[in-house]
Design a protein around this ligand. Sequence first.
Ligand SMILES: Cc1cc2nc3c(=O)[nH]c(=O)nc-3n(C[C@H](O)[C@H](O)[C@H](O)COP(=O)(O)O)c2cc1C
Length: 205
Amino acid sequence: MAEQLKIVGLVGSLRADSHTRKAVKIALEGAATLGAETELIDLKTYNLVFCDGGSDYPADVHRLRAAVSSAQGIILGTPEYHAGFSGVLKNAIDLMGFAQFGGKMVGLVGVSGGKMGAVNALNGLRTVGRNLHAWVIPEQVSIGDADDAFNDDGRLKNQALEERLHDLGRKVTQFAYLHTSKGARDFLEAWQAAPANPGGEQTAT
Ligand SMILES: Cc1cc2nc3c(=O)[nH]c(=O)nc-3n(C[C@H](O)[C@H](O)[C@H](O)COP(=O)(O)O)c2cc1C
């Protein structure tokens, strides 16, 4: 891709052997195949506090904001926790806002211990993405039975599912490009500057 894009992946689980982390990593591989710079944001490595709605936050909150601000596309990964997405991820999102998410491409990945998958978590995240004025792409990946879904090397046993994750990463990258490339910006500028009706009013014949 002509212009350098950055895609970050946020992992909404702090567990050492997190399946969410493995899944987000695979989605980011897909983004990298299109030349995007990628960064896996492991919330375990950030010293975050609870969001209190204030503005006096420690340095790591600003470090997290800066990492997400630097990206044009975001993969949000979450475990299904009691039929929703994780509190860890919600708190991280609450510590951010429109500045980090507004107008950006977002792809969703969920894992669950049960067979039903992480659909409730993903639906909740989709609503949050809309509220943040992000473009949450329609494709999403849900990995059920997560304890049994991965090999020891972190790859998915199901090749089709692994390809879906790669595809998600690619789609987030492609649509981020369409929204941010010079060609897209020039087109938008020309469109906005164009007269409302350059051909004049039509008259019925
Ligand atoms: C607090 C908690 C709630 C959970 N709730 C659900 C649930 O509602 N449905 C489900 O299928 N699995 C549930 N699980 C299982 C997790 O989705 C599963 O262990 C998943 O692999 C955790 O993600 P991780 O591997 O990235 O840490 C729950 C686990 C925890 C710790």
